[in-house]
Design a binder for this molecule. Structure first.
Ligand code: DAK
Length: 258
């Protein structure tokens, strides 16, 4: 499919989506978000893709929602057309693992989208913030909620109230980022991690994802019950049998997603 604001590639079993609006630091205009949704639907429906990587450029992952597009809107308009809500949740809806590879600015809606991914890998050049307060508003795509769950109330409150930028080291320490790499190595390291996940059973990966995400939504007792049921369910898959037999037989497992 031809896109104007993003680039999509398939590298083996990894689908890579790159924001490509560098003149606006990859700010998310409506057209870009529509393309993101179409690209992710494509990867989700393609059995050859087992893991998705979402990334931007060297200077910016994304500087947030497009302020120029938002500036002239009024309440009746945004409310009636469900402004930027309709095409913003596609990352969070993915069932395949999604990795955000972040270099440079990761601001506002950019950070919110990164947090919708399953984990964030950052270059040492990455800068994270929720700067909406500096333009008279507040995060609108989960910033106050996901950042608070990841980094805790004090950190999230301070970041959202000041709009300041936090570097990659602080973001890793705060729990927002899983790992930090030198900028020049970010994509190679991201691909290694994505390929490793892609080499496992895609069913097991989906179950891990569903189960970890459940931890956000429920009590510990219910979460443990949910995990146990999925664990039992994994015994209905050929991949679980293959994985255990391969271990016992001292050979490499070949997972088929069945
Ligand atoms: N929107 C539109 N254009 C942007 C932009 C943005 N967010 N960020 C940068 N640009 C444009 C600049 O206007 C400039 O364009 P020209 O002037 O060349 O035409 C170009 O990108 C380069 O930017 P700068 O010249 O400013 O570059 P600098 O290196 O000097 O500064 C910066 C980089 C990142 C510090 C600065 O550009 C900046 O502060 N940008 C704005 C960051 C920001 O405030 N982001 C938060 C936006 S609010 C929702 C979903 C999402 C949201 C809300 C609701 N729902 C689902 C309901 C999200 C809201 C937001 O993200």
């Amino acid at each position: 499919m031809d896109f104007e604001n993003i680039i999509t590639e398939k590298k083996g079993a990894v689908g890579v989506l790159t924001f490509n609006r560098p003149h606006a630091l990859n700010a998310f205009c409506a057209a870009l978000m529509d393309e993101v949704t179409a690209a992710l639907d494509g990867f989700e429906n393609d059995d050859a893709v087992r893991v998705i990587v979402v990334t931007g450029g060297e200077k910016a992952f994304a500087a947030g929602a497009d302020i120029k597009e938002m500036a002239e809107k009024n309440f009746p308009e945004v409310y009636k057309e469900d402004f930027i809500t309709r095409n913003w949740e596609s990352v969070a809806r993915c069932r395949k693992p999604v990795i955000a590879a972040v270099a440079g600015y990761c601001l506002g809606g950019g950070n919110e989208l990164a947090m919708m991914c399953d984990f964030i890998l950052a270059a040492d050049t990455a800068k994270f913030s929720q700067p909406e307060i500096t333009i008279g508003t507040l995060p609108g795509a989960g910033g106050t909620q996901r950042l608070t769950r990841l980094a805790g109330k004090s950190k999230a409150m301070e970041l959202c109230l000041t709009g300041r930028m936090m570097d990659a080291v602080e973001a890793e320490r705060a729990g927002l980022v899983a790992r930090v790499f030198p900028a020049a190595e970010l994509m190679a390291e991201t691909m290694k991690i994505a390929e490793k996940i892609a080499s496992f059973s895609p069913l097991a990966a989906m179950m891990v994802k569903e189960s970890v995400n459940r931890a956000y939504e429920t009590t510990l007792a219910e979460g443990l019950r949910f995990e146990r049921r999925l664990f039992h369910a994994s015994f209905a898959t050929e991949d679980r049998k293959e994985g255990m037999e391969a271990f016992v037989g001292k050979r490499k497992a070949l997972f088929k997603g069945r």
